[in-house]
Ligand binder design. Structure first.
Ligand SMILES: [Zn+2]
Ligand SMILES: [Zn+2]
Length: 387
């Protein structure tokens, strides 16, 4: 059972949908056109129920199988684009300057639409399938909003599955791992206050620039000295802004910003606690004060063992084999759905493309038949018809 023949037939249509979405990227929760296109197509396919406005601009479609089972599984795609100026030069490049499908969510949406079309046509499964199209994966927590809106309870979704394209892996190939997979992505902002003054009279000031420089270096010791060396953590200070641009002023304030990535709740707690302690004590040591705002973002995305084994088996049937995926220090808000229900998230090869979030990235339409086949096999094998 490799690629389904139906997806060879549907490939031109699905490719056209993908390129139309690519041309009209929308950011965060502003996926109004995209959500409208998705809802219209789902209705056209004959989904039993299509509901818009879940998690603000999310859309779901319910497809009932042939049997009487009350089991429901959820298949999720993300729809949002990124605030990037497209540099692909494609004839279907973004028509909205400063917005671009640079993470392939156009491809994810098109593949799940293709799967929904097939499942509505064939219904060779016993139970219900909820196809879930979410906004705001790129930092807005659209997946959380859909869960908070009661989506999983409303349709009694028992398991959830997700997919992301992966540059650098051949199209048609898959990779997955059980347990923690994508990192928790937290942000911090540190405001250091000292005493501004004349740069030629440092003895009368509390120099926030020197204080902040020590703190940037000290923070690096959290990962190297406090975190168990066999566990993973990243702490990056990404912004260092003083309140003065002058050559002769010691700035009153410095603001530091950055991100923390962890794959384990204990390590996440440890890094947060150490960061606060380190900043406050260092600031005090230099005679200043610190305000630390530590903001937890997407939690660790953890694949369930049973569903991961199943998802890998299906991928191996579609593609011949399924690779072991690496740990990813990026964040993924499918984590909120996987925290609420068991399930699995898989990577599908995007071939030799630029990396996601690069202005020259493009989703590879050659991945569509494999992606759609995986989606539909998940359903037909997880909710098998009797006999
Ligand atoms: Zn992304
Ligand atoms: Zn993405």
């Amino acid at each position: 059972m490799p690629i389904k023949n139906r997806f060879a037939e549907l490939l031109p249509d699905i490719t056209e949908w993908r390129r139309d979405l690519h041309e009209h990227p929308e950011i965060l929760f502003e996926t109004h056109r995209t959500s409208g296109v998705v809802a219209e197509k789902l209705r056209g396919f004959g989904c039993d129920e299509v509901v818009e406005g879940i998690g603000r601009t999310g859309v779901v479609g319910l497809i009932k199988g042939k049997g009487n089972s009350s089991r429901t599984i959820g298949l999720r795609a993300d729809m949002d684009a990124l605030p990037i100026l497209e540099g692909t030069g494609l004839d279907y490049a973004s028509k909205t300057p400063g917005a671009m499908h640079a993470c392939g969510h156009d491809g994810h949406t098109a593949m799940l639409l293709g799967a929904a079309k097939y499942l509505s046509e064939t219904r060779n499964f016993d139970g219900d399938v909820l196809v879930i199209f979410q906004p705001a994966e790129e930092g807005g927590g659209g997946g959380k909003e859909m869960v908070d809106d009661g989506m999983l309870d409303r349709w009694n979704v028992e398991e959830v599955y997700g997919m992301h394209n992966w540059p650098g892996m051949a199209t048609g190939e898959f990779a997955i791992r059980s347990g923690p997979f994508f990192a928790a992505a937290d942000q911090f902002e540190i405001v250091l206050t000292g005493k501004g003054g004349h740069a030629a009279k440092p003895q009368e000031s509390v120099d926030t620039t020197v204080m902040a420089s020590h703190i940037v270096i000290a923070l690096q010791s959290i990962v190297s000295r406090n975190v168990d060396p066999v566990k993973q953590a990243v702490l990056s200070v990404t912004s260092f802004q003083t309140s003065s641009n002058a050559h002769n002023v010691i700035p009153q304030q410095v603001t530091l910003r950055g991100t923390v990535r962890t794959l384990d709740a204990e390590i996440q707690d440890l890094v947060e606690e150490r960061l606060k302690t380190m900043v406050e004590t260092q600031a005090a040591a230099f005679g200043g004060s610190a305000e630390v705002n530590y903001m937890r973002g997407y939690p660790v995305m953890t694949n369930s063992d049973e569903q991961t084994t199943f998802a890998a088996d299906v991928a191996a049937k579609v593609s011949g084999s399924c690779h072991d995926a690496p740990l990813v220090m990026g964040g993924e808000d499918f984590a909120f759905m996987l925290n609420a229900r068991p399930g699995a998230y898989i990577l599908v090869g995007n071939g030799d493309s630029a990396s996601v979030h690069h202005p020259e990235y493009n989703f590879n339409d050659d991945a569509i038949p494999a992606g759609c086949s995986w989606w539909t096999e998940i359903v037909e094998q997880r909710l098998p018809l009797a006999g």
